[in-house]
Ligand binder design. Structure first.
Ligand SMILES: [Zn+2]
Length: 427
């Protein structure tokens, strides 16, 4: 990358003041040695192990190269590692051949020291079609760089300068609102994309200067939201801030475990589940007038579901057996017109809401003839339409039986000591 372009890019993401302030904070927090960070990581892992939770820590390969034994110990202690670039650079600024070389060298570096990886997170969450396309061709199974934000912050209570910095970072992450999009894994570029939740510890604590008590309140609110929607919260807590957020993380994990129906999984486990689930299918046959026989073909973790209306008149998805008979005059699936956009069909396939492509609008219990483009921000509206249907529909559940929503704990380790951070700034 050309030096001027490199510096300009850095400046567009963070101001020099912020970078220098962060380096000073990191230096103070780590006391200039990887030994104290090792203690922080050990406490983090002790807490997650206590809740039988495997966190996912993406790390740049050059940092692994400097501290191989540390990362072997971290993995042995119960952490899932992932690649956070070969170096901590902005991949959208590199040529395709350089990007491919970085991916290859990163995988080699982790493998050379016996570490297991199959996932990636882009530094600064900066990615584009080209970087993702190359990533999908490099043998990675999952990526976790899409950002979804929850509108849980109120600009009135935040300093205008800090609010502006928050909006800038949302823009730089190309973050989508949870009001429009769904917080779920999705398949794209031959990868399983697992979006991270915003605001994270970096935004709430470093940028907006909110105290841990307030952060706890915000994250619990986000967890409640995904519980209500049956979706996923990929919570980012950078391990370097664990001493500040230890009690907050403890509260989140306690609440999720207490609920009993929250699947707490690593990003790799989520990706593996999404792959397993994508092979599920079902057979639907009309056996008599107003009766359909449905055979679900899925693993024991699969949750076949039927949408029906409760005696109180509320539509709900219910778990059912693998073989069932449904009373329904029309076919209990979503009908999609052949002219509906391809990505809408792909979205429903990812969601495993059973649909068929037909131009007969009277054949199915719900019929969608989507005109125009189907954008990320239309997903919530589509799901609301489907969930508004008062007649039976079928689908596979989003999470392994018996879970109803999902939580994952993740945080990038950009470096273990001051020199890793210095190298990171230098790129
Ligand atoms: Zn990073």
């Amino acid at each position: 990358m050309k030096p001027i372009r490199f510096i300009r890019t850095r400046l567009s993401i963070r101001s020099v003041r912020q970078i220098l302030a962060r380096m000073a904070t990191v230096a103070m927090r780590y006391e200039m040695s990887s030994e104290s960070f090792a203690n922080i990581l050990q406490s983090f892992i002790e807490l997650t192990n206590r809740y039988r939770v495997k966190p996912t820590f993406p790390v740049p390969a050059t940092v692994v190269q400097r501290h191989p034994r540390q990362f072997q110990k971290i993995e042995e202690a119960g952490v899932e590692l992932a690649v956070h670039g070969y170096r901590h650079v902005e991949y959208t600024q590199l040529e395709t051949s350089q990007i491919q070389m970085h991916y290859k060298q990163a995988v080699q570096t982790f493998h050379d020291v016996g570490l297991h990886i199959n996932g990636f997170r882009f530094p600064f969450l900066r990615r584009n079609t080209e970087t993702l396309h190359a990533l999908g061709q490099s043998g990675f199974i999952w990526d976790s760089s899409d950002a979804l934000y929850w509108p849980v912050l109120d600009s009135e209570h935040i300093h205008p300068q800090q609010w502006k910095s928050y909006l800038n970072i949302l823009n730089s992450y190309q973050a989508q609102s949870i009001q429009d999009d769904l917080s779920l894994p999705r398949t794209a570029y031959g990868l399983i994309e697992i979006p991270v939740a915003i605001p994270d510890d970096d935004i709430l604590f470093e940028r907006l200067k909110l105290p841990p008590t307030k952060v706890r309140h915000i994250w619990i609110q986000m967890l409640e939201d995904v519980r209500h929607r049956g979706e996923m919260l990929v919570l980012q807590l950078h391990p370097e801030r664990f001493p500040i957020f230890k009690n907050v993380l403890d509260s989140i994990l306690k609440k999720a475990r207490h609920d009993g129906n929250c699947w707490i999984a690593s990003l790799g486990e989520i990706a593996q589940w999404w792959q397993e689930r994508s092979a599920f299918s079902c057979d639907i046959n009309k056996v008599a007038h107003g009766r359909y026989k449905v055979n679900f073909d899925c693993s024991d973790r699969g949750q076949p579901m039927v949408r029906s209306v409760s005696p109180e008149g509320i539509g709900q998805w219910f778990s059912v057996a693998k073989q069932i008979t449904i009373k329904s005059v029309k076919k209990p699936v979503v009908g999609i017109s052949s002219r509906s956009p391809e990505n809408l069909k792909k979205f429903l396939a990812d969601e495993q809401i059973i649909f068929e492509i037909t131009d007969d609008s009277k054949r199915t219990n719900l019929y969608l003839d989507w005109k125009g483009a189907f954008r990320s921000r239309d997903k919530r509206e589509l799901i609301n339409q489907i969930n508004g249907c008062a007649k039976p529909l079928i689908r596979m559940g989003r999470w392994p039986d018996p879970y109803e929503y999902c939580l994952s704990i993740t945080g990038d380790i950009d470096g273990l000591d001051f020199w890793d951070y210095w190298n990171r700034f230098y790129g």
